[in-house]
Design a protein. Structure first.
Ligand code: GUN
Length: 285
């Protein structure tokens, strides 16, 4: 039996999707604009194919135009760059997303930097990262943005709280830490070289974890009444989907916890739609 409250993302994401749908209708009626998202998908990684399908389905749900450019594993960097440049110029495309990870022979940073920052709905371009760190208006990476919206929905104000972010990736951990810092939390960032992870998590009022390791965060690593946000998505051999937190035991002692699935996951896609709509609203001409 869990004692804490669930920070569910499904109902909130459904609510956001409904709002977007209404906004798309008026954008179409008043300005003849249909938001457009282009996705570049390289290779055969099954998880990436699943995520891209979800993104495309979400676009259909809110009546966005979307196109997926599927490319083989051995595609050249130049070919990917050419496709991005074409999408940068395409007036019907408001958002460009390159599904990560890319194959090893491709320089990911170089590719992401080709995306027009005004169409960078994933918020991975250095221009947008810099603006996020500075607390300026920008495209914010969807998963960290989704976490902030989820906390807001449940009236959790992180101001003055000690937050431990576990995972320091460019797409999750680092922007997550920036958003929390901008919201006046005291932020600790842990990663693979952290000497004693438990020492950090145990002190935190809020633990946010996104590294892709089932059961990384166990009950002894979390203080009583902490808020636990699990960004991890891992498929076990049994086929079961779990996060990075030992949900069964951690939920006995924390105050709030996100379930996996149904927590942060649905929020990520809702934020991608929001970012694409935001870009479409700024369409020139
Ligand atoms: N791979 C894992 N998460 C993401 C994401 O949010 N965006 C992109 N483009 N690729 C990912």
């Amino acid at each position: 039996m869990q004692n804490c409250l669930l920070l569910g993302g499904k109902a909130l994401s459904d609510k956001i999707v409904e709002t977007i749908k209404t906004e798309v209708l008026s954008l179409k009626k008043e300005k003849a604009i249909i938001p457009g998202l282009a996705v570049i998908l390289v290779g055969n990684d099954p998880a990436s194919h699943t995520y891209v399908k979800r993104k495309k389905d979400a676009c259909s749900k809110v009546d966005f135009y979307s196109i997926v450019h599927e490319m083989p594993e051995d595609i050249s960097e130049d070919k990917i760059i050419q496709t991005i440049e074409m999408m940068n110029k395409n007036p019907n495309i408001d958002g460009i997303l390159v599904q990560l990870p890319l194959p090893k022979h491709i320089n990911t940073t170089k590719i992401l930097e080709v995306i027009d920052p005004k169409k960078d709905v994933d918020g991975f371009h250095a221009y947008n990262i810099g603006r996020v760190v500075s607390g300026l208006d920008s495209f914010v990476p969807c998963t960290p943005l989704g976490v902030m919206r989820l906390l807001e929905e449940y009236k959790i104000d992180v101001k003055g709280l000690d937050v431990c972010v576990v995972g320091a990736s460019n797409i999750v951990g680092k922007p997550m830490a920036s958003l929390l810092l901008n919201a006046h939390a005291t932020v600790d960032i842990c990663h693979i070289y952290t000497k004693d992870l438990k020492e950090h998590t145990k002190r935190a009022d809020v633990v946010v974890v996104g590294v892709g390791k089932p059961n990384l965060i166990t009950a002894d690593m979390v203080k009583d009444g902490a808020i636990v946000v699990d960004i991890g998505i891992n498929r076990l051999e049994s086929g079961k989907l779990v996060g990075d937190v030992d949900f069964e035991n951690v939920s006995q002692k924390c105050s709030y916890i996100t379930p996996v699935p149904g927590g942060v996951g649905p929020m990520t896609i809702a934020m991608l739609l929001e970012n694409t709509l935001k870009s479409a609203k700024k369409r020139e001409g």
